[in-house]
Design a protein around this ligand. Structure first.
Ligand code: XMP
Length: 503
């Protein structure tokens, strides 16, 4: 099988590169930036972006790796920081602080890397520095109005890009990566079924004939992880569903109805202990840490009763990268199942079969395993649930308001046919109060904000331009049906700069 190695310099998008390469049916693996060149066993290498500046004191540099790639003629593509690293290695220079964030238009020259692309292309830029002096032997093959957008070492398979072809906002990014694979003569011989087979083998090897529990939320990730694990260890798998009082309307019934026949389901009533721990807490990171910790305590208790020493989680890659859990990367938010976990816990092993995948890939796996569309296509909801959809403290009133508002939004999106057209939709309860007038009287009331986004993999997202009359209907229902709410607003920012969830 052909292999493309992605060298991780800490970009939020590193694994997205691997995901794109898999999408092009090529096996791809992410490895740390300090990899020893003698461990390079690949048909091509991509150097990722990263948050550092090449001249930072602690910038991750691996000059021996680049020397090795050049010496052995291994096709190489540098992206953003990866580009700066190549330029730095060849003794060019980088201009610190020539920033570009967001969509940019580049003009491309005639080079096979741009086969089937237009002369002017919309690309996603996200860089603080840029190339100033090109090293000897390199040509500029694309430019933006601010900087060299793509360069190539003459007559060699060493390319570098300032923009991010792996991000969906780069209109023909996947075509460009496809062209790179063609130029590198990579054969397309990997498929998603290979991933499932490999995951099953790993589970078999770790758990054997022992007992395990899965943290089941009923969302697509934990449901798919449960199905893969159940295929391997069968009756030795126990699914633990925690009702922490932060669930959406009818969520518990949905899980009970969907899984009580196919899995050994244990439902734990844990509202009181979660609310007690969260009392008065408004800081989102603190909320996430408390919830992650409390989840693990519940799982430890249930595992003890059963005699299980393995915990399975449906963690997916965006949970890992946003929690800052890879070498060189920043913490954006601590997803409850990664950054929110305590430092140690009482299990022999934590097994996360989907840790390398993105949501859209998990959905493909879920469909191939025969999970119903209500599970596979449902909108994502984070493990901390409604706690991270209120900017204030967790209490009965706040949770009731955000739960009811979300249910109204959901109902109206379903009635109008929009629900299945968008990636994710939910209501958020803000802490601000605003003045309203209700029945001729002043009311200093609550504000609900609606978040409806389109995405492919949750790494980037766009707000959805819902029709005004639909938004008006939702707003009217929320203010009429939830007494405390006097104002409804709509988030009209993309990710980045906003994230999808508010907390
Ligand atoms: P953000 O808000 O970071 O979210 O743009 C990206 C995707 O991840 C989901 N999300 C989570 N999922 N545990 C989860 O299982 C979490 O703590 C968590 N936080 C965010 C979010 O709903 C979106 O789909």
């Amino acid at each position: 099988m052909s292999t493309v190695l992605i060298i991780d310099f800490g970009s939020q998008y590193t694994h997205l590169i691997a995901r794109r390469i898999r999408q092009l049916n090529v096996y791809s693996k992410v490895v740390s930036s300090d990899i020893n060149p003698k461990d390079i066993d690949a048909d091509a290498v991509i150097l990722s972006g990263g948050p550092s500046s090449i001249y930072d004191e602690n910038a991750p540099l691996n000059n021996t790796l680049i020397a090795y790639l050049v010496k052995h003629n291994i096709p190489t593509l540098g992206i953003c920081y990866g580009m700066h690293h190549i330029v730095h290695y060849f003794k060019g220079s980088i201009n610190k602080g020539k920033k570009e964030y967001g969509i940019s238009t580049i003009t491309v020259k005639d080079d096979p890397l741009f086969k089937n692309l237009n002369k002017h292309e919309r690309v996603w830029m996200s860089h603080g520095d840029s190339v100033e002096h090109l090293p000897e032997g390199f040509d500029i093959i694309a430019t933006s109005d601010k900087c060299p957008a793509a360069i190539r070492l003459k007559d060699r398979m060493i390319y570098a890009l300032q923009f991010h072809p792996e991000v969906n906002h780069t209109e023909h990014g996947i075509q460009l990566l496809d062209n790179f694979l063609d130029l590198a003569e990579i054969s397309r011989d990997w498929k998603m079924e290979d991933f499932v087979i490999e995951a099953e083998q790993k589970i078999k090897k770790s758990i054997g004939d022992k007992k395990a529990i899965i943290a089941l939320s009923g969302g697509v990730d934990s449901s798919v992880a449960a199905m893969i694990t159940a295929k391997v260890i069968k009756k030795n798998l126990y699914a633990v569903f925690v009702d922490h009082g932060l669930l959406r309307k009818h969520e518990r019934e949905f899980v009970e109805n969907t899984f009580s026949d196919s899995l050994k389901l244990i439902v734990v009533d844990a509202k009181e202990r979660f609310f007690k721990k969260l009392e008065g807490i408004t800081d989102p990171e603190q909320k996430r840490k408390i919830i992650g910790n409390e989840f693990i305590k519940v799982f430890e208790e249930e595992a003890k009763k059963i005699g299980a020493r393995y915990l399975i989680q449906g963690t997916i890659y965006p949970d890992v990268i946003e929690s800052g859990s890879t070498c060189n990367s920043e913490t954006i938010k601590s997803h409850h199942n990664v950054g929110g976990l305590p430092e140690s816990f009482d299990f022999d092993e934590l097994i996360e079969p989907l840790r390398e995948l993105y949501k859209d890939e998990v959905r493909i796996v879920g469909s191939t395993l025969g999970l119903p569309p209500e599970v596979v296509l449902q909108h994502p909801c984070p493990g901390p649930g409604l706690a991270v959809r209120i900017t204030g403290a967790v209490n009965d009133e706040n949770i009731r308001i955000v739960r009811d508002a979300s249910a109204i939004l959901d109902e109206e999106l379903k009635n109008s046919g929009w629900h299945d057209k968008v990636w994710q939709s939910f209501a958020v309860l803000l802490e601000d109060r605003v003045v309203g007038v209700v029945g001729d009287q002043r009311k200093f009331g609550r504000v609900v904000a609606l978040r409806v986004v389109q995405s492919v993999d949750a790494m980037t997202a766009n707000f959805v331009k819902l029709p005004w009359d639909l938004l008006e209907r939702i707003s009217t229902r929320i203010t009429n049906e939830i007494g405390e709410v006097v104002a409804v607003s709509y988030f009209i920012s993309h990710k980045p700069p906003q994230t999808i969830e508010p907390c």
